[in-house]
Design a protein. Structure first.
Lengths: 161, 88
């Protein structure tokens, strides 16, 4: 049981690094992609958080980003292996278009995550460990402290910009 | 604790995170502040769909649920922001 929990925590760390890297490279913290994402970013800033971190959190709420891509890729690999992950990437692509997202962070995240997760399943990890790991990773950004998470994301955005 | 599978541990973690996020959605008063917690809840529900139903159509169900929930959050947040602007 402890070995499973240790692998879920490791999967969570891998998923966290993957989606944060892709989202920052795709400039999600730069500005709100839609007016709702901008409003969420400004609300987090009013609470004492950082504006650009808030924009990224607003963008994650408003369209499937690399975190959603990683989650659905993990679900796809769990259900049907590497082709399931790629099917999930197609669904994320359609989801981005439905949500008026002009970017490709979600699709890119899903494709990369498919190969990363499939690779880890070859060395003893289960895809279900990445499903739980990604849920923990998104909890750390969107579900614990919006002020703390937005400041951390803004710091990472500062390095990128 | 013998007999617990890796899938069951993963599902237990997903459910606990989902319940925690649901509690925060319920407690938070401001709608825009609720939405990131609702986002975590949607992740947990999509994950639970895939873990509970290991079937190709479950992937479609999880993705459809997640995209639908995201679009609803998008619409709610944009409404609170004053509707469509030239940013959209």
């Amino acid at each position: 049981m402890l070995d499973v929990i240790a692998r879920i925590l490791a999967a969570s760390l891998v998923s966290w690094l993957l989606f944060i890297t892709i989202d920052v490279l795709f400039k999600l913290p730069e500005k709100g992609g839609v007016s709702g994402a901008t409003a969420i970013g400004r609300t987090i800033e009013e609470d004492g958080g950082a504006l650009h971190g808030g924009y990224m959190m607003g963008n994650i709420v408003c369209s499937p980003d690399a975190s959603a891509g990683t989650l659905l890729a993990a679900c796809g690999v769990y259900i049907a292996g590497i082709f399931g992950g790629l099917a999930a990437a197609l669904l994320v692509y359609l989801g981005n278009r439905i949500c008026h997202d002009p970017g490709y962070a979600g699709t890119t995240g899903a494709v990369l995550a498919t190969f990363v997760i499939f690779g880890f399943t070859q060395v003893g990890f289960g895809a279900e460990e990445f499903i739980a790991g990604m849920v923990l990773a998104i909890l750390s950004i969107q579900g614990l402290s919006h002020i703390g998470a937005s400041r951390l994301l803004a710091t990472l955005w500062g390095w990128r910009a | 604790m013998a007999g617990i599978t890796g899938e069951e541990i993963a599902l237990a973690i997903v459910v606990l995170v989902g319940l925690f996020a649901a509690l925060r959605v319920a407690v938070e008063q401001n709608t825009l502040r609720k939405l990131p917690y609702l986002n975590v809840l949607s992740f947990a529900i999509a994950a639970a769909i895939a873990l509970l139903i290991r079937h190709p159509l479950a992937l479609l169900a999880a993705a459809a649920f997640f995209v639908g929930s995201t679009l609803e959050s998008n619409a709610i947040a944009s409404t609170y922001a004053g509707g469509n602007t030239e940013d959209d």
